[in-house]
Design a protein around this ligand. Sequence first.
Ligand code: ADP
Length: 319
Amino acid sequence: MAYDVVAIGEFLIDFIPGGLSPAGNPLFERNAGGAPVNVLAALSRLGKKTAFIGKVGNDPFGHYLKDTLIAKGIDDRGLVLTDHAHTTMAFVHLNSQGERSFHFCRQPGADEGLTYEEIDASLLHDTKVFHFGSVSMTSEPAYSATIRAVKEAGVHGAWITYDPNWRPALWKNDLHGKQAMETGLAAADIVKVSEEELVFLTGSYNLEEGAELLLEQFPVKLLLVTLGANGTYYSTRALSGRVLSYPVQTVDTTGAGDGFMGAFIYQMLEAGRPVTEWTEEGIKRALSFANAAGALATTRKGAIASLAAIEDIELLAAT
Ligand code: ADP
């Protein structure tokens, strides 16, 4: 296989608050954003061969995002640059309690314009793992492009990993978001959700019950529910349980879920066998590693900038 992991999805600029100018006006810091790329950056940092499929504007921000892929060692030949839409941008606002809200400049943004015909088929046919999320499924044509790409990669033998992200501002309404997220669940082997996303998808506030409901409804082989500082819950139907995370000095939780996901996919690749054949011990070991990666990602600011090196992850996972 030419690639270990290929991912499709949104790629945008996150403008995060950067204090005040001397004149007293708010400053925003330019950051590369988009969960699928963060996952690839984590895998690339762990030495895996990765490529990204997505669309940005042929503008200074799109060029910056392309340069980011190259700098992180992610193959950029699946990145399409368009003259017809601007690179998507999200402005992050912090309220007086430090809670984040997002303002999206996406009417529509370049990432939403990706068509299936623009995707280089070899990226779908020649990868061990294919990863996607739900933010590229908010509108057409990116919705169809994402789902068709996932199915095509699956038919060619890739393991499909999926992280459905719930960002209410991006959907017409709750039902629209839920339906699109479910379309992804129907096509995925390994799924990672947060507790809030599990509640949203199943209506159950009980973790075990919610996981059971989701696994009854969809052909998912392994469900991972990330629990922040409390680690991760896993279920394969036959096996289920919790793996604790590690106490760390948390500074910023941005990117913890993506660092976790990248580290778990790394363990899938290292095992070389489908997760359905893993022992419970194997699942727990892989999750300890992924939890350590998630924990370390909270000790530094940023999503890509906070990704840990393998030595540090292994050191923490051994404690
Ligand atoms: P998401 O970004 O998907 O909501 P989480 O914030 O739950 O994901 O983080 C993913 C993983 O990272 C968790 O399952 C856990 O292993 C680890 N993690 C996250 N926050 C902390 C923390 N404060 N302390 C220790 N580990 C953490």
